[in-house]
Design a protein around this ligand. Structure first.
Ligand SMILES: [Zn+2]
Length: 508
């Protein structure tokens, strides 16, 4: 796993070039992907590629950069939202925003202005600890790192793990220019230790209830001895105390191969260093962090790329096939890089306008939206063998049994009777199983970007996902088979939804 974990993607701000260290191509890989492997049923499996993607993607920034790299190597053209576009039928394009949100699309050769978009949307972020602006904290004889919680993590699972840091920095390259660069420290430099049972005798009876401000600080190191000079400095200039431990900045500068003083800003997540892997007696599971929602993101991305691998794949297509990956779902999507921003709506309007040579007749865009269809893909709760009563008896999704269609009468999910029927029909035609989920009436229900995009854009939407266990734990579990089923279902959606959609008319 060394070569996989050691790879690093460097992305320059304002430049379309991606610089990839040669180490990322070491080992048995073609274009960053593992050699194709077969699954139990003898068909091609994307699971090795997903594991590679997960191991590269410690943060939402890395998940986006890795997706960009896959799109570029598949021949997609990178667009800049700040420049004019020149799109053509048969063309394949993408753009990213904030290096944490990405929209990729392929235009059918038979596209006529007003034709539909077929979209799969997912999210790049996962619950984690993020560094506060000032991180240098000391307790007893330890150097600690100040963190803030992001999203609804199962925080007790972050204790006693071998942790590190990844994210992005801004580097000074000259007196008037800066570089945006991703960084990943590929060794365990942090740890949040639990308290020994002898000092917390009732923890197993009363539950482990850490205070998120005082108990969740990772230890970086033993505090270095203070020299008499530094001690004098400390007393005389408290206000100029550096925001981060010098050791932390040194580790970053070593990794980035730059001077400490060149690092002018940091935006880092605390990450688990344990690589994603197969597990279970028959290797039937995937054990990994961030399955929610990088598993969906990757299945959607690969489905789009593989659905238009050769020009012939788009020859008879009228629709525009699109993937939209958003940041900040775990905290409500209310940001410029989140699904709450008009990114997708603006992209669709812009694409329609560009393909119409900026002559968009009355109602053209509205027609487009009314014909379009969105698959909101996010992980689902599989039934837990030790907590069976948490699921309603008739709606207990199981691992390895196909995509879960999520229903909620109170619109926590955007699925309707029509959208679930059409999406299941795609599966049925390709012999792909689906399952239904509805939450118990005496329990709260999660939500997704489905209702946000459905109501914001006005697009028909189905909410679906891969069943998993341990959702929002630092280490989650899903079924290997389900990854390939989801990939195939998404690919089938792109390839056959234009014809499936013609089979049912609702509003006339
Ligand atoms: Zn999610």
């Amino acid at each position: 796993m060394g070569s996989i974990m050691g790879a690093q993607i460097l992305v320059q701000c304002g430049s379309p070039s991606l610089r990839v260290k040669p180490s990322s191509f070491s080992g048995k890989r073609i274009c960053g992907r593992a050699f194709c492997s077969m699954n139990a049923s003898g068909s091609i499996s994307i699971v090795p590629d997903l594991l590679h993607y997960l191991n590269q993607s410690w943060t939402q920034f890395h998940a986006t950069a890795e997706a960009k790299r896959e799109l570029l190597s598949a021949g997609f053209h990178m667009l800049d939202e700040k420049q004019e576009w020149d799109l053509k039928p048969g063309g394949r394009y993408f753009f990213s925003r904030n290096m944490s949100c990405l929209v990729a699309f392929a235009v059918g050769e038979m596209y006529n202005v007003g034709d539909a978009f077929h979209v799969i949307a997912a999210h790049t972020d996962s619950p984690c600890l993020k560094l506060k602006p000032k991180t240098a904290s000391c307790k007893s004889n330890y150097s600690m790192v100040n963190v803030q919680t992001y999203g609804a993590g199962l925080w007790h699972t972050w204790f006693d793990r071998d942790l590190s840091l990844a994210g992005r920095v801004i580097l000074r390259t000259s007196h008037d220019s800066f570089l945006h660069q991703l960084v990943k420290i590929d060794r365990p430099i942090l740890r949040i230790p639990t308290l020994a049972i002898h000092l917390d005798r009732t923890v197993n009876q009363d539950g482990f209830k850490p205070n998120l401000e005082t108990h969740l600080l990772p230890v970086l190191s033993m505090k270095p001895a203070v020299t008499s000079l530094e001690s004098k400095d400390k007393n005389s200039a408290l206000s100029s105390k550096p925001p981060h431990h010098p050791l932390l900045m040194q580790i970053l500068s070593d990794e980035l191969n730059c001077d400490v003083d060149d690092i002018v800003n940091i935006e880092l997540n605390v990450c688990d260093t344990q690589p994603s892997c197969l597990g279970g007696g028959n290797n039937e599971f995937i054990f990994s962090g961030r399955l929610d929602n990088l598993a969906s993101s990757y299945c959607a991305l690969r489905a789009l790329i593989d659905s238009c691998e050769s020009p012939a794949d788009l020859a008879s297509e009228h629709a525009i096939r699109m993937v939209a990956l958003f940041d900040n779902e775990e905290v409500g999507s209310g940001s410029i890089q989140g699904a709450g921003a008009p990114t997708m709506f603006q992209a669709m309007r812009r694409i329609v306008g560009d393909l119409a040579n900026n002559y968009v007749g009355e109602g053209t865009f509205e027609r487009t939206i009314r014909q379009s269809f969105l698959v909101s893909a996010d992980m689902a709760h599989g039934v837990h063998p030790n907590f069976m009563d948490k699921h309603e008896e008739l709606h207990r999704p199981e691992l390895q049994k196909g995509l879960v269609i999520k229903h909620n009468a109170n619109q926590r999910y955007a699925t309707s009777g029509i959208t679930s029927f059409l999406f299941k029909e795609v599966g049925k035609i390709h012999n792909l199983p689906t399952q239904d989920f509805a939450v118990r009436n005496d329990m709260g229900c999660g939500s997704t970007i489905g209702p946000i995009l459905s109501s914001g854009v006005g697009i028909r939407t189905v909410d679906c996902g891969i069943a998993q266990l341990s959702m929002h734990s630092i280490r989650e579990i899903c079924g290997k088979e389900d990854i390939d089923i989801a990939y195939k279902h998404f690919k089938a959606f792109y390839e056959s939804f234009s014809s499936v959609d013609k089979m049912l008319t609702v509003d006339n």
